[in-house]
Write a protein that binds this ligand. Structure first.
Ligand code: NCD
Ligand code: ZN
Length: 347
């Protein structure tokens, strides 16, 4: 059995670091990444290149001195987004991508897009400049069942947008269904991120035997057959699939509420979870591609030059059950089983 695995330093292609007190609380848990695509859904959202540069500097200030993380910033697409600002921010190296949230689809998405025709000029400029569009792929139509919202989004929104905008590079974020996997597999100029938590939970984990708010995130976890499709995609070696944790911290009082908000905080343990999943699938040899190589290649980045070591020990790795955040705390995602992979810096 493999006991040690040395891989290129991992990147995270979908990460929420928040701002102010929460940023200070969670940033150290992502400090040893190589790069991370930083989500722009602050309140108010990061919509201009100047705001992205200022947020990048606040992140840098919140990181410990020995941090390896280089934040890759994104802009939050609104119906008022100026295509010229997007192209200029990308050309200046301030942003790596633009994020599309359908209005109302998830946490802090009120400023998102309602009428996709209104952002067509932005899509066209992005296709021209080869700027990736990161997509939260769920429709918000209240008539559509929440478990079907990803599949319906592909047909109603994503596929028409991609057909109308040849050359637009799309990342279908946090895929939760077989439909999403199949759609990414069928296309060019498209990648898909997969979270660690969607590789290990299905909807029963949220709803059976009591409602568990810390497993609630959007897109919501689906049936077991979908989880299995995600594991197959992640471990398949297909370079279009890569890790994007969607680690999304919320204060515990906001999760443990009559109307709890969506998001799982996986920054502390996502990598051991992925190692566990790949080991179970008999595909540890493909872990590095998923966490350290495929995403960088999609974004046109060289792989990180330095390496980390994962070691499998007899005793499980441990994390705090929750971390302090200002006056409150944030609960760390609990996979529900012990994790024996420990993350170390390479010797
Ligand atoms: C994210 C958040 O909390 O910002 N929540 C989530 O459930 N994943 C937003 C998102 O990525 O959908
Ligand atoms: Zn997210």
């Amino acid at each position: 059995m493999t006991r040690n695995l040395t891989i290129g330093r991992p990147d995270d292609f979908h990460l929420h670091l928040r701002d102010q007190q929460m940023l200070a609380a969670v940033a150290p848990w992502s400090a040893r990444l190589g790069r991370a695509i930083i989500m722009p859904n602050l309140v108010p959202p990061v919509v201009t290149g100047a705001q992205a540069a200022a947020y990048r500097d606040r992140i840098a200030a919140a990181l410990p001195a020995d941090a390896t993380l280089r934040p890759l910033m994104t802009l939050y697409l609104t119906e008022a987004t100026d295509p010229a600002d997007v192209v200029a921010a990308h050309a200046a190296g301030i942003i790596a991508a633009v994020k599309l949230y359908p209005a109302g689809a998830t946490t802090n998405s009120d400023s998102g897009v309602r009428d996709f025709d209104r952002v067509r000029p932005v899509f066209e400029a992005m296709a021209q400049a080869r700027i990736p569009l990161c997509v939260h792929g769920e429709v918000t139509d209240p008539a559509v069942d929440i478990f079907d919202r990803e599949a319906v989004f592909i047909d109603r929104v994503l596929d028409p947008v991609r057909r109308a905008t040849p050359g637009l590079r799309v990342v279908m974020e946090h895929i939760t269904t077989q439909d999403g996997v199949d759609y990414v597999r069928a296309g060019g100029d498209i990648g898909g991120t997969l979270t660690a938590h969607h590789l290990v939970i299905n909807r029963n984990h949220i709803l059976a035997g009591g409602i568990r708010p810390h497993y609630y995130c959007l897109p919501v976890a689906k049936r077991e057959r979908h989880r299995l499709a995600l594991v197959e995609a992640a471990t398949s070696g297909d370079a279009r699939f890569f890790a994007g944790t969607d680690s999304a911290p919320h204060p515990d009082h906001a999760k443990e509420s009559a109307c709890g908000c969506a998001g799982c905080f996986t920054a502390p343990n996502w990598l051991p979870i992925c190692a566990h999943v790949f080991e179970q699938a008999g595909r540890l040899d493909r872990l590095e591609a998923f966490v350290s190589l495929n995403g960088a290649a999609f974004y046109g980045l060289a792989p990180n030059a330095d390496r980390i070591r994962l070691s499998r020990r007899d005793e499980p790795a441990t994390w705090p059950a929750r971390i302090p955040a200002g006056e409150d705390s944030v609960t760390v995602f609990d996979p529900g089983f012990p994790l024996y992979w420990h993350v170390e810096e390479a010797a």
